[in-house]
Design a protein around this ligand. Structure first.
Ligand code: BDR
Ligand code: CA
Length: 353
């Protein structure tokens, strides 16, 4: 078995530690939108957000990815009903912008997208009448400068929102994306040697999102492969994490099995919840600044590349005039895991210890 700690992380370029987050301070809340393709680790991230005292979830937008859009939307609605999450759910894109769809990932997330749970997954609530990209635009306009947009699936909804209303780049507080891989410490992709799943699912959308003039923080495999949730943590959540903890244990059995067989780790990597943690507690991450582009064709399709340093390249003008985005190159993994676990193990609101 390979341990996450064995991955070498010695970056050779100027790095930046983000300032201490103002959170969590009693009574201070962060407004968030969650764009997601549930997905086992998406469900873990959603429940983490739901239980975090500083998070105020304004809405959930769904996208194809780990399963077809009907399934990811049904799963989001089911999770909301099951755990009393009041935020509206808006159904999003069914297909990538340009490239053919890669298809669902039942071998990772199960046939139902939630780890092959027993019994049919009901959802009686209806989605919001608006498509996801319109819901994103409307929400950013209603709360100018206040909303952190956390995206943990293919970036199609965000690209459509940008196309519909480019002015949203000046209205968002921050965009935090789970996706990509930048080769830090030799880290490779999870769907090709150079590509991560969310980005390969819609590389054109990802390139539009990363090159837009809004502040994006990218939490890729370089850091999520250092955040390994082990069996003991799952067992503690099952025993002491209330209904959410028991659900996470159950839904993750298939996912953990996949990681054991395919990657040889004991537990699973915490992808999507790491992006949520980066939104809530950015000081747990070390970030590297520079423009980011995505390869959208050929052998390296889906590869994410960051230009580091200020050099301009005379024969590569596609890199000129782009905004710097922040790429996570290191993470305080133990602290992140403790944050996740303790958030889920907090007594539910209204319940005495
Ligand atoms: C990403 O791909 C999906 O399988 C997960 O939900 C996560 O968002 C990891 O590469
Ligand atoms: Ca996801």
């Amino acid at each position: 078995m390979r341990s996450a700690a064995a991955v070498s992380m010695r970056p050779q370029y100027p790095l930046q530690r983000v300032p201490e987050s103002p959170l969590p301070v009693q009574g201070v809340t962060m407004k968030l939108l969650f764009d997601t393709d549930p997905g086992v680790d998406d469900a873990m991230a959603l429940l983490f957000l739901h239980r975090h005292p500083a998070a105020r979830l304004l809405g959930i937008t769904t996208v194809f990815g780990n399963a077809e859009i009907d399934v990811t939307t049904r799963n989001a609605l089911h999770l909301c009903e099951r755990f009393g999450i009041a935020a509206p759910v808006a159904r999003g894109a069914a297909l990538p912008l340009v490239r053919p769809p890669r298809g669902a990932a039942p071998e990772v997330h199960g046939d139902d997208g939630l780890g092959n749970l027993e019994g049919p997954l009901h959802a009686t609530r209806e989605p919001d009448a608006r498509p996801a990209h319109r819901f994103i635009v409307d929400t950013l306009r209603e709360h100018p400068g206040e909303v952190t947009l956390v995206a943990v699936g293919p970036l199609t909804n965000l690209a459509l929102a940008l196309a519909e209303d480019p002015a949203i780049t000046g209205l968002v507080h921050r965009v935090v994306v789970m996706g990509g891989v930048f080769g830090v410490g030799g880290q490779g992709g999870n769907v090709s040697p150079v590509a991560e799943a969310n980005i390969l699912s819609d590389p054109h959308a990802a390139d539009a999102v990363f090159t837009a003039p809004w502040p994006v923080t990218i939490v890729g495999l370089d850091v999520t492969h250092r955040v390994l949730m082990d069996h003991a943590c799952f067992e503690r959540l099952r025993a002491q994490g209330g209904a959410e903890g028991a659900f996470i244990w159950q839904a993750s059995r298939h996912y953990v099995g996949f990681y054991g067989r395919a990657v040889g780790v004991a537990g699973c990597y915490v992808h999507d919840a790491s992006a949520v943690a980066c939104a809530l507690r950015p000081e747990l991450f070390t970030l590297r600044a520079g423009p980011v582009r995505v390869v959208d064709q050929g052998l390296a399709i889906g590869q994410t590349i960051q230009r580091t340093g200020g050099r301009r390249y005379v024969h590569a003008t596609d890199w000129d005039g782009l905004p710097d985005q922040q790429v996570a190159v290191d993470v305080q993994a133990a602290e992140l895991l403790a944050l996740f676990e303790h958030t889920l193990r907090r007594p539910a609101p209204g319940h005495a210890c």
